[in-house]
Design a protein around this ligand. Structure first.
Ligand SMILES: C[S@@+](CC[C@H](N)C(=O)[O-])C[C@H]1O[C@@H](n2cnc3c(N)ncnc32)[C@H](O)[C@@H]1O
Length: 382
């Protein structure tokens, strides 16, 4: 089945995220990609996708038929318009035309007013356009019509980010969306796959892995971080019991393991199906580092990355995915300086995965003006 993804500000990273999970990912225009999938994609498990939509095969008549056949009751209709030359007026005309025809077909319709040609994530989410049975968002494009099947749950994301009890500003917690991206970049994994985060910190990757139905395994050098991860997982479990986060099995939370270990020499227990992690990012910084400081930080973080990958290499099977977020530093000239260890990593027994729609240079995650950014490296054990 053909699907459409509307992507957020990290478009190139999101395209890689889609490519790792689905087939025939095709970038249609800025922020828009189609792909094929045998299963309905679950928006909860994606970090970079704002909306997923399903194709309504055929043309305008099939679109009208699709809307007319919606479950009984008044229809709430939102329209997003990605057509060439789309503007607010044309989008309203399209929406009113649909309303008129549907009224003739005996359906009463409330049209949501567009503030932009594309309905915002907040509008689609708060109006439950993907959830309520007679609420709908139609996405018009030059390559067909689509209907919304999932919109990023900004309320849950905010809660999973901000309501965790054990936090540490110095460690720089990973945004849950980026954790989702790292996990998805591992490619499709079996249910109950055991996912290791050897620099688990406060446990964001561990928590997000549970939403995929994976068993999380976290280790960290710092015993305080081990305690933080455990405390956060316990909190997450209690929220699952309260049904704040749906679709997570309490059994998986029981199976989660967190222990103290130095990633450069630790012997991990049991099988490891995939690794998704954010390594030590060096010192937090409020301005670009001077040359000598940059060199020191690169050496320190680079040595940890190489030491970890060497240690891991003998402990995972051939083909196992290893996705690592590593630091990159903003310079005075506005460019990011990277670790540039990709060649060395190859010699350690890993292949670097490349993507059709994004280059290694595109896999940089940062907020405007942020000094320490994260570069994502996607590896597979040879
Ligand atoms: C950038 S933080 C990871 C934050 C984490 N993703 C989170 O969401 O909270 C890096 C973590 O690596 C840990 N660390 C540093 N060196 C380590 C090593 N050699 N082995 C294992 N953990 C290490 C630190 O204690 C810290 O918790």
């Amino acid at each position: 089945m053909k699907y459409l993804a509307i992507l957020g500000r990290l478009e190139k990273i999101s395209l890689a995220e889609l490519e790792a999970q689905f087939s025939d990912v095709e970038r249609k225009k800025a922020g828009l990609a189609t792909f094929l999938s045998t299963e309905k994609p679950d928006i909860k498990r994606f970090g970079g996708v704002l909306k997923f939509c399903e194709e309504i095969p055929g043309g305008f008549n099939e679109l009208v038929e699709f809307l007319t056949e919606m479950p009984e009751g008044k229809i709430t209709l939102g329209v997003s318009n990605f057509k060439r030359g789309a503007n607010l007026r044309k989008t309203r005309v399209e929406a009113m035309k649909l309303k008129r025809i549907l009224s003739k077909n005996g359906r009463s319709v409330r049209v949501l007013e567009n503030k932009e040609v594309i309905l915002s994530t907040a509008t689609s989410h708060h109006n439950q356009l993907a959830e309520k049975k007679n609420h709908v968002e139609i996405v018009l494009t030059d390559f067909g019509n689509y209907s919304l099947i999932g919109v990023q749950n900004i309320t849950e994301y905010a809660k999973r980010d901000q309501a965790r009890p054990a936090r540490d500003a110095k460690v720089g917690m990973l945004p849950p969306k980026l954790a989702q991206i790292l996990i998805n970049l591992c490619g499709p994994l079996e249910k109950n796959a055991r996912v290791l985060d050897p620099f688990c910190g406060t446990g964001v990757v561990l928590q997000e892995a549970l939403l995929h139905g994976f068993v999380p395994y976290g280790t960290d050098l710092n015993p305080r971080m081990v305690e933080y991860s455990l405390r956060n997982l316990k909190w997450f479990g209690s929220e699952v019991t309260k049904k704040t986060f749906r679709g997570v099995s309490g059994e998986l939370i029981e199976k989660a393991t967190v222990e103290k270990g130095d990633a450069t020499n630790f012997k991990w227990n049991g099988k490891i199906d995939a690794v998704a992690t954010e390594i030590f990012l060096g010192q937090p910084m409020s301005k670009p580092p001077v040359q000598i400081k940059l060199k020191e930080e690169k050496q320190r973080c680079g040595a940890i990355l190489v030491g970890f990958l060497k240690n891991l290499s003998g402990q995972i099977s051939s083909g196992a995915p290893v996705v690592v977020a590593v630091p990159a530093w903003l310079r005075e000239n506005g460019e990011y300086s990277r670790l540039n260890l990709v060649d060395e990593i190859r010699e350690l027994g890993y292949n670097v995965v490349s993507f059709r729609n994004s280059s290694q240079g595109d896999l940089l995650y940062f907020r405007e003006g942020q000094i320490v950014a994260r570069e994502i490296i996607v590896l597979r054990k040879k």
